[in-house]
Design a binder for this molecule. Structure first.
Ligand SMILES: Nc1ncnc2c1ncn2[C@@H]1O[C@H](COP(=O)(O)OP(=O)(O)OP(=O)(O)O)[C@@H](O)[C@H]1O
Ligand SMILES: [Mg+2]
Length: 294
């Protein structure tokens, strides 16, 4: 949402997509259905619109982990914002647990690249903040907060302030804060992008562990193909702008997954497959990409 509160994108005249969509059924076992999503941004200065996302459809089963990958500017964040209810004018539909998204809701929580913690609050205070906003009783808020601090591995740091934590620890607080409101769908936009390679890999392992405990449906954005394959049940590969579906890869690697899985041939096969979709014929990251799509 812009600072003025106006929608970020402007609805272009519908091309009739709405009329072709199937009726929504509340109990189809899907946490998220994105149907023929089209996103245009109106650029008033240029007097023209920019097509960011074009006819994107995919879904996520309840409790599954789905990643979006694709080149910079292909509309990943725009899709996530549409699911979060932060964009109002789009064509097609985004359905969360059987309900078309029309605005933000408590059933969804966002985790961004920057942890954006409240510097004057401790770890405990930061995690409790969302619960206070939702008017959860203090004893219940404390109980949930304590449990989550354990789950994300920050026991002993409850009374530390954000500046006393490492980047990885701050992102754990961020994750705990998002989980505290007990969302059904967790929307994560490059949450580990600001971390160094070693911490990032460690956090991938941690996220897998936390996800297996909490079993939230996750929509996750990353430029790191190995991260997408390692974490996901499904990887949605998008083309360059306007973002269109190139392929949807179901990652059938067994769970639970440990980081050692990344060194196996089966894992590398999936990684190559996704790379091949992004860079046909390449089959592996360009030498200067550091394992990431740019
Ligand atoms: N608020 C906005 N107003 C106008 N254009 C926008 C706005 N937000 C995004 N765009 C444009 O929409 C396109 C998709 O942007 P988006 O941020 O969704 O891409 P992305 O895939 O998340 O990119 P990155 O990987 O770099 O984060 C880009 O061309 C961008 O310039
Ligand atoms: Mg983005």
């Amino acid at each position: 949402m812009s600072s003025s509160g106006a929608p970020l994108c402007d609805l272009r005249p519908s091309d009739g997509v709405e009329a072709r969509l199937d009726p929504v059924t509340a109990d189809d076992g899907l946490a998220l259905r994105v149907e023929a999503l089209g996103i245009d941004y109106w650029l008033p200065r240029l007097g023209q619109s920019l097509r960011a996302v074009d006819g994107v459809s995919f879904d996520a089963e309840a409790g599954s982990f789905v990643s979006l990958v694709g080149p910079s500017g292909c509309g990943k964040t725009s899709i996530l914002n549409a699911a979060a209810g932060l964009l109002t004018g789009f064509t097609g539909r985004v359905i969360v647990h059987g309900r078309p998204v029309t605005g933000p809701g408590r059933d969804r929580a966002l985790v961004f690249q920057q942890a954006a913690l409240l510097p004057w609050r401790t770890v405990l205070g930061n995690v409790m903040y969302g619960l206070e906003c939702h008017r959860v009783s203090r004893p219940e808020a404390r109980r949930r907060t304590q449990e989550l601090i354990q789950v994300v591995g920050l026991a002993g740091f409850e009374h530390h302030y954000p500046h006393e934590l490492s980047g990885g620890m701050q992102q754990r607080v961020n994750l705990a804060r998002a989980l505290a409101v007990d969302p059904r769908l967790l929307l994560m936009d490059e949450p580990f992008a600001a971390l160094d390679a070693q911490t990032r890999e460690y956090m991938q392992g941690e996220l897998t562990r936390i996800w297996s405990i909490k079993r939230k449906t996750v929509l996750f954005i990353t430029h790191q193909i190995d991260e997408a394959v390692y974490l996901s049940d499904r990887v949605v590969v998008l083309s360059a702008r306007p973002g269109r579906i190139k392929a949807i890869v179901d990652v059938t690697l067994p769970r639970p997954r440990s980081l050692a899985l990344k060194r196996t041939e089966k894992f590398l096969e999936f990684e190559r497959r996704v790379w091949d979709l992004i860079e046909p014929g390449g089959g592996q990251p360009p030498p200067d990409a550091g394992g990431a799509v740019r």
